[in-house]
Design a protein around this ligand. Structure first.
Ligand code: ATP
Length: 288
């Protein structure tokens, strides 16, 4: 088997409703995922029996058992009795701990990549069951679709047959947030389980009509309250983006990424230019 490279895309949450806290401590969600074209590259190369190594060009990413790719390799080695080795190289473009699911997406790429490199021939159902063992956002990336509804912890995926394509402006401030901390603060934040009246179905209907204005108007994220408890200054960033000509603004996942739905690529580029004066990580991204 020769070496090969897989793209590993990021996601945005166009909607995120926290439904309940479960007895196992996790939260029950309904979320609308969008895959975007911002991506890492994950390369896979064969290695000597039992030899596994990984490197990443971003120093903040641990390249040991804490890395989700490492976890994928361990569960596959154990579960499928693999003796082969692998050398993995990650080229990082997705900001880390940003609510864009970079680690989860890398894990999905690793499931697909190692399945191929080690010639395991695992079915999609088997890959999904491994994905759910690794993390809540991993399963979405195993479906080759731009939009999907996630329920449970976000790991039960219903792919959507919608053809919409959205342009976004995305700004990632230097304020890494850990998903775990944000959920811990959800319980104590003012919003606990109150329904604000927003509904995933409203955005869904706008997506079906390929109506970016409707999507923008319907954006919501129940994690906004705990994000702002942990990092109050992020409210100012969101307000600042809202003062510009956008179709809607929200946080992605557990933050701190703030994204806007834009009417066109040109308008997204215009916002990028303005915010690049004060923020280092600004992007124009689209549905992938
Ligand atoms: P999610 O939206 O799934 O919670 P996120 O975008 O908020 O994810 P990640 O970029 O996945 O966050 O990183 C969260 C933590 O996971 C980081 O602190 C990092 O140390 C760790 N991590 C483990 N594996 C990876 C990986 N392959 N890429 C990036 N971070 C990783």
């Amino acid at each position: 088997m020769k070496s090969f490279t897989l793209p590993s895309y990021a996601k945005l949450n166009l909607a995120l409703r926290v439904v309940a806290r479960r007895p196992d401590g996790f939260h029950e969600l309904v979320t609308l995922f969008e895959r975007i074209d911002l991506h890492d590259d994950v390369s896979f190369a064969p290695a000597k029996e039992g030899a596994f190594s990984m490197v990443c060009d971003d120093k903040r990413v641990p390249c040991d058992e804490r890395n989700l790719i490492w976890k994928v390799a361990s569960v596959l080695v154990k579960g499928e009795k693999v003796h082969k080795g692998a050398k993995i190289v990650i080229k990082k473009r997705i900001p880390v701990a940003a609510g864009l699911a970079g680690g989860s997406s890398n894990a999905a790429a690793a499931l697909q990549g190692l399945n191929k490199l080690w010639d395991l021939r695992l079915s999609q159902a088997k890959l999904l069951s491994y994905a759910r063992m690794i993390g809540s956002d991993v399963a979405f990336f195993l479906y080759d679709v731009p939009f999907a509804i996630g329920t449970g912890r976000g790991e039960m995926i219903k792919p959507l047959a919608v053809k919409a394509a959205l342009w976004h402006f995305l700004v990632v401030p230097q304020a890494p947030l850990l998903t775990k901390d944000v959920y811990e603060h959800f319980a104590v934040s003012a919003q606990s389980f109150t329904n604000t009246g927003s509904d995933v179905n409203i955005i869904l209907r706008s997506l079906e009509k390929n109506d970016p204005s409707g999507v923008g108007a319907g954006l919501f994220n129940d994690l906004e309250a705990p994000i702002l408890v942990l990092k109050p200054h992020l409210g100012k960033l969101k307000a600042r983006v809202l003062r510009h000509d956008t179709l809607g603004v929200s946080f992605s996942g557990s933050g701190p990424s703030v994204f806007a739905v834009m009417a066109s690529e040109k308008e997204a580029q215009h916002l990028k230019k303005i915010f690049s004066r004060t923020y280092r990580q600004v992007f124009v991204v689209k549905t992938k």
